[in-house]
Design a protein around this ligand. Structure first.
Ligand code: HEM
Length: 545
């Protein structure tokens, strides 16, 4: 009886539970369905508002590239230029420019018309670069006092040191001082001679054989095998460091240049301001470099100032003059260090790689630069940089900048402003993506993605390309790269001395290395990881042409 009752009861209870569970499941799926409906409705309302109603209410503002989930962050992260190109094509039929897109919680106005890009570079009142500088300073450890005071206008009085009659703040005065060192003139001439002598001394097979850290023991008296990207990176950073700090920084920290190359390959994590914990591969070399820079600054001035460039000593005086301490000065000099060194190492890699795949340009390069040499030694730096005397060399330089240049100029819209007939709202960012302009067939002609230096020489239009408002390999306006003349001098001296002294060829038959389009850079694109080019450098039989 007891058993019967229990069984029935159990069955009834089970049934009840099953019904209850079914009820529960039913109400769950109803809830889930309702939730989905609410989400779909909310999404539809959001999308309608964002891409139909708002643009209709505000026809004077740039139209925004539609998206399904509320940001373009993922596509931007994977290939920012690919996303920008897609957006340009999307708006091409309506001629909409500037247009807008949202990524990482920021709205970017994108300028693709050369006339508008000129307006962006001109407008220093409403469009500000300072926000970028301040964020970088803060991210790398500058304190708030320093950030505030280096931006503060200074008294416009006559003072010792670098003249500042307009009373510019230190950040703006620094730009003037860069130009004083790096634009053609007396101080730049010192650098040019140092570059020439350093390369003449160092570019020998013996030194090359001892350079390659991946040396496979394949060096012989007449040839050396090297990884090209590793080679150009190592040498250009050493050369840049030598110009600015003599041999002293290397004595303080023999691994400074190595740390820089490691840091520079992940510099995009700094540009995206990753949380420190997630990017120790960037912060560890960065912090070492900043600590070593501080150790350099704490050496007695007699031990270091004699070898440093005018710019380094003068900047030190000016920054100390307004009260900046060693910690903060070390970070400011570290910023200077990566501006000097991040681009030339990559440019020389791309120049050599493209030329090896197009050997007729090697012959032309050799023959045009021959008059600048005495035997195997480069003597005339000006000659190899002169576009009239070396037109093909110049075209190779320009074409490599065009194809490998990946930077964009970005400014904060500090107050509402009209560009290209559209109202840009304060608080958003405006971007001039150089690559889009450089790859526009209206500027570059046929096959814009192909490396073809002839496009700069073959026609009247081609010969005028470098004067086009589309052409911005070094940015523009107040922040245009002050190192552009030095960069050309360094790269052309390096390549011409190599070609004068050696034959250079790829080992095996590797494909063209791919640019790493996913990583933002401050100028020239990096090579995809693992795609370095192994090259064989052989002593040339005859040094003449
Ligand atoms: C091929 C090599 C180079 C390329 C493609 C390049 C490109 C650039 C670009 C795109 C900018 C930003 C401009 C803007 O936002 O408007 C810049 C800024 C700068 N570059 Fe270069 N650069 C190169 C080599 C150099 C070298 C060798 C130096 C120094 C020796 C240098 C020093 C600077 C400095 C100091 C700035 C900041 C300008 C300022 O705000 O005052 N660059 N560069």
């Amino acid at each position: 009886m007891l058993v019967d009752f229990s069984l029935e009861d159990t069955v009834a209870l089970t049934r009840h539970l099953l019904f209850a569970a079914e009820d529960h499941a039913t109400s769950h799926s109803i809830l889930r369905g309702l939730l989905c409906l609410v989400i779909v409705l909310a999404w539809t309302v959001w999308r309608c508002w964002k891409f139909t109603v708002y643009p209709w209410l505000h026809p004077d503002e740039p139209k925004e590239l539609p998206y399904f989930i509320p940001t373009h962050g993922a596509s931007f992260f994977k290939d920012s230029n690919g996303l920008l190109e897609r957006a340009r094509r999307y708006f091409a039929s309506t001629g909409t420019t500037p247009f807008a897109l949202t990524a990482f919680g920021h709205t970017f106005y994108v300028v693709t018309h050369p006339k508008d890009s000129a307006a962006v570079y001109r407008n220093t009142e409403s469009l500000s670069f300072d926000e970028f500088v301040q964020a970088l300073m803060r991210f790398n450890g500058n304190d708030e006092w320093t950030i505030k005071n280096v931006h503060q206008p200074l008294p416009a009085t006559t003072k010792a040191g670098f003249a500042n009659p307009e009373g510019l703040g230190m950040i703006n005065l620094t730009q003037r001082m860069h130009m004083h060192q790096l634009h053609p003139g007396e101080k730049m001439a010192v650098f040019q001679l140092q570059i020439r002598d350093w390369l003449n001394r160092k570019l020998t097979l013996d030194v090359l054989a001892s350079t390659d850290s991946t040396d496979t023991g394949q060096s012989s008296v007449d040839s050396v095998e090297l990884s090209l990207y590793q080679w150009t990176s190592d040498w250009f950073v050493r050369l840049g460091q030598h110009l600015y700090f003599g041999d002293v920084l290397e004595r303080v920290d023999p691994e400074y240049t190595d740390n820089f190359v490691v840091f520079d390959e992940v510099i995009w994590k700094m540009l995206y301001q990753y949380p420190s914990l997630l990017c120790r591969d960037m912060t560890v070399p960065r912090d070492r470099m900043i600590a070593s820079m501080k150790a350099y600054l704490q050496l007695h001035p007699d031990e270091r100032r004699g070898q440093a460039a005018w710019l380094i000593n003068s900047l030190e005086d000016e920054f100390r003059g307004i009260g900046v301490d060693d910690n903060n000065l070390a970070i400011l000099f570290f910023h200077l260090y990566f501006a000097i060194n991040t681009n030339s190492r990559k440019t020389s890699f791309w120049v050599l790689t493209h030329m090896m795949r197009n050997p007729s340009y090697i012959a032309a390069f050799r023959s045009e630069t021959a008059p600048a040499f005495d035997g195997d030694d480069l003597v005339d730096m000006a000659y190899i940089q002169d576009a009239d005397k070396c037109p093909t060399v110049d075209a190779i330089w320009l074409e490599t900048l065009r194809v490998a240049g990946w930077a964009a100029s970005v400014r904060l819209v500090a107050r509402d402003v009209v560009i290209g007939g559209k109202v840009l709202r304060a608080g958003n960012r405006i971007m001039v993506p150089h690559r889009l302009l450089h790859f526009d067939p209206a500027f570059a002609g046929d096959e814009p993605t192909t490396w073809r230096p002839g496009r700069w020489l073959d026609s009247d239009a081609g010969r005028k390309m470098h004067k086009s408002p589309c052409w911005h390999p070094f940015g523009g306006g107040r922040t245009v790269c002050s190192g552009r003349f030095l960069a050309k001098g360094m790269v052309m001296a390096f390549v011409s001395t190599i070609l004068r002294r050696f034959d250079i060829e790829a080992v095996g038959n590797p494909p063209m290395p791919q640019p790493d389009v996913g990583r933002p850079v401050l100028g020239i694109i990096s090579v995809m990881e693992g795609q370095d080019y192994r090259v064989k450098v052989t002593r040339r039989k005859e040094a003449s042409v």
